[in-house]
Design a protein around this ligand. Structure first.
Ligand code: HEM
Length: 350
């Protein structure tokens, strides 16, 4: 029955969703890649020698892209925040020992996963969507599509269904047989980071200052807990005048939210104006002092270099979209280490 539904989707998708998909993506796939193994992509795969390419699943699992897209579209239609959660999963995967799906591993006997590392605990979402995608892919083309590639495709599709740009996802990532809670604890940027720390975090992974500011635009979607932006409320508590163009009304509304509801569960939108649309509103918010995380607002106030990029993106969404696509491909090209496989179940090693 499931297979039948997938086949029905594939027939429909060849007419409907992929039509808008290819409209959003001006690059004609068949013009850029050889059929079959595909043309080598632009992955820079930091240090591990795994080369990604565009056409890997063309023969081995032609349904892969449409199955991922279909599940993401359904999940986001049921819960618009899921787009944000899936985008973030890919980021939290790639920043910890490369994009190798280590973020998806559950704690098992002999393996401590990354889900309980402080940046992830009670915060990451979307695992069950990835499970559904993997389960369908395993029935259509077993042991072919890696969980890390699913994360990369789901991140792209989340952006697309939220109104953002599309790009071709390079594939060929492998899934790790290990995870590192320690690396997840130290390697993921903190919302209290200063701009120099953010720049250096990203640079270590081959991502530039521009990539960092563009990727931070992922915060045009989704939500954060009060515990993630407590430091934004400090000027109100210390009675110090708002600095760097802080918007006091905005900060007061946050303080109200975080004091009236249980702080550990209270959440609010990262982009208060268009929370479920992938657009450049996040940067507009930063310029009016309405960035939610301290690390977001810092981009507009701490460093003239990042401020200039914020201004450019706030003024011209198409520049943001171009830079975001470039940066996502670069981030997705941080490939994992050795000793890897294609997991049958994304939550555990084979
Ligand atoms: C620049 C450094 C970054 C920092 C310090 C940071 C930090 C955070 C924090 C603290 C949250 C809220 C977590 C919570 O309260 O539960 C969050 C949410 C989010 N982040 Fe980031 N992040 C960064 C970069 C990125 C990047 C590169 C992306 C993707 C391209 C991204 C995508 C998201 C999304 C979409 C959410 C909302 C998730 C949801 O609603 O489920 N972030 N981030």
């Amino acid at each position: 029955m499931k297979k039948l539904l997938i086949n029905m989707f594939l027939v429909l998708s060849s007419v409907m969703p992929l039509l808008s998909f290819s409209e959003a993506n001006p690059t004609n796939f068949s013009e850029t890649c050889e059929d079959g193994s595909g043309e080598t992509g632009s992955s820079f795969g930091i240090g591990f020698g795994l080369v990604l390419d565009f056409g890997l699943y063309r023969n081995s699992c032609p349904e892969a892209e449409s199955i991922v897209y279909s599940w993401v579209e359904t999940a986001v239609s049921q819960d618009p925040r899921m787009a944000a959660s899936l985008l973030r999963l890919h980021f939290h995967d790639c920043f910890v020992n490369g994009c190798d799906a280590s973020v998806l591993l559950d704690d098992t006997e002999g393996l401590v996963g990354e889900k309980t590392a402080p940046p992830n605990l009670n915060s990451l979402r979307g695992f069950e969507v990835i499970d559904s995608i993997k389960s369908d892919l395993e029935s259509v083309c077993p042991e072919t599509v890696s969980c890390a590639d699913i994360l990369a495709m789901a991140a792209r599709d989340s952006v697309v269904v939220s109104g953002g740009p599309s790009w071709e996802v390079e594939v060929g990532r492998k899934d790790s047989r290990t995870a590192s809670k320690q690396a997840a604890t130290t390697g993921l940027p903190s919302p209290n980071s200063t701009v120099p720390t953010l720049i250096s975090n990203f640079q270590k992974l081959g991502l530039s200052q521009t990539d960092m500011v563009a990727l931070s635009g992922g915060h045009t979607l989704g939500k954060a807990r009060c515990t993630s932006f407590t430091a934004r409320l400090l000027p109100l508590q210390t009675g110090e005048p708002a600095n760097h163009g802080d918007n006091l009304d905005f900060l007061e509304s946050l303080q109200q939210l975080c004091s009236t509801v249980d702080r550990s569960v209270a959440i609010t939108q990262l982009d208060l104006v268009t929370p479920s649309t992938f657009d450049n509103q996040y940067y507009v918010n930063l310029l009016s002092g309405e960035g939610l995380l301290p690390s977001d607002q810092a981009l507009a106030v701490q460093d003239p270099g990042t401020r200039a990029i914020v201004e450019t993106y706030a003024a011209d969404q198409s520049v943001f979209f171009e830079d975001f696509k470039t940066a996502m491909v670069k981030m997705g090209g941080i490939t994992g280490g050795s000793n890897s496989e294609i997991r049958r179940n994304c939550r555990m090693i084979n």
